[in-house]
Design a protein around this ligand. Structure first.
Ligand SMILES: Cc1ncc(COP(=O)(O)O)c(C=O)c1O
Length: 389
């Protein structure tokens, strides 16, 4: 039996029932301690610490190596960036798109990235083709067929979330990636929620571009994420900030001792790299604490709680269990004013949880992490059962 008493490992306010790990994660106390040590080192000798050639480039490389081993990726194919939005902006703004090219995507994408897609389309003349994913999501073949139906001979890019934000679905993307690759179409995967949440093998998946956050489910400090790019496209990637690591001829080794790709994208002016340097400590925490076992237990509790709430509302789940993000569930509730319900849960029950409308339906999105207690989940069910929708 799993010892669930993991709350003491986190810095979360004990007065709050924190059911929103999904938005920004939560960093374990000891991982946060490693982060603060990096920051102290920085402030004790800022010049020596931040000079890439006096250790920093190597330390950043150690984080790439640790993450590469965890994700089955070559460390030189990935770079650290502050967040998934940043990584996906690099990709979408670097692709050489032209008037009339098509970007195939879905109606479940994250709002900030929908804006990035619109931004890129407005500047390049590319067209966004948004496929409506057949709901509920119950089988891979229907999902794949819906995306395949959106392809045309102008499709240059498929942009898709691996785990979606508003609907908390685990999209079965492997066949889509394979299909796009066979047709020479770039795949850009928004994996903001996947690292540390589901097993990831980036080599096996074979996506052209994959972005993921470390600060959500790997539980690093905020501001640590990665961009993985297949070698064929690395020279094409233009950083959002051109700085000391940049050089026009990207085939040459980078000026900071890394590859042209790594150096061009890794140095962005003065920034605190401590969150990125803490990624190996966060991965080490997951291993030492046997987090895959913790996560399995969390996934069971998400399923149980979602089923209790579905019995309460009479509203069916958005997908079969296999296509739900293991540690999250977007649960439909009767149509309501989301701000009023959110305020009620917070002010009356001290429950922190996202409540929002999506496609003219109202949802509550539950996240369960190792620190979540059964009392937290009971409190949510009780609060929703007493609420006058
Ligand atoms: C699917 C998805 N993509 C991208 C993001 C953006 O992540 P970040 O703010 O860390 O860039 C999120 C954040 O929740 C998300 O859910």
């Amino acid at each position: 039996m799993l010892n669930r008493d993991l709350r003491a490992h986190f810095l979360l306010d004990p007065e709050v029932r924190f059911l929103n790990h999904g938005s920004f994660g939560a960093c374990p106390r000891e991982v946060f301690g490693v982060y603060q040590n990096w920051q102290r080192q920085l402030e004790s000798q800022p010049v020596a610490f931040l000079d890439p050639l006096r250790g920093m480039a190597d330390w950043m490389g150690q984080s790439r190596a640790a993450l590469g081993a965890y994700l089955n990726a070559d460390a030189d194919d990935l770079v650290g960036v502050p967040n998934a939005t940043h990584a996906l902006n690099i990709v979408l703004r670097s692709l050489p798109l032209q008037q009339g090219d098509e970007i195939l995507t879905t109606d479940h994408e994250y709002g900030a990235l929908d804006k990035t897609l619109a931004f890129v389309a407005a500047r390049t003349g590319a067209r966004i083709v948004r496929v409506k994913v057949p709901m509920p999501l119950v089988d891979e073949a229907t999902f794949t067929a819906a995306l395949a139906a959106g392809l045309s001979d102008r499709t240059r890019v498929v942009f898709i979330s691996h785990i979606t934000s508003a609907t908390a679905l685990l999209f079965p993307i492997a066949p889509i990636v394979a299909m796009a690759r066979a047709r020479g179409i770039w795949t850009v995967i928004d994996g903001a929620h996947t690292p540390g949440h589901i097993p990831l093998d980036l080599q096996a998946l074979g996506a052209d571009f994959y972005a993921g956050n470390c600060h959500k489910w790997i539980m690093s400090p905020k501001g640590a994420a990665f961009l993985h790019v297949r070698p064929a496209w690395q020279d094409m990637m233009i950083p959002l900030v051109v700085s000391h690591g940049w050089q026009e001829d990207r085939s040459l080794p980078g000026p900071m001792g890394g590859t042209g790709f790594v150096d061009a994208l890794s140095f962005q002016g003065t920034l605190d790299p401590s969150a990125w340097l803490t990624v190996p400590a966060a991965l080490d925490f997951l291993t030492r604490m046997d987090w895959p076992e913790v996560a399995r237990d969390c996934a069971l509790r998400v399923g149980e709680t979602a089923a209790r709430i579905a019995r309460l509302t009479g509203l069916p789940p958005l997908s079969a269990d296999a296509y739900r993000a293991p540690q999250m569930a977007a649960m439909e509730v009767p149509r309501t004013d989301p701000a009023a319900l959110k305020n009620h849960l917070w002010h009356e029950h001290r429950i922190e949880i996202p409540v929002y409308d999506w496609q003219e339906r109202s949802f509550v999105r539950l996240s369960v992490q190792g620190y979540t207690t059964d009392q937290d989940l009971d409190a949510l069910v009780e609060a929703l059962s007493a609420y006058r929708f």
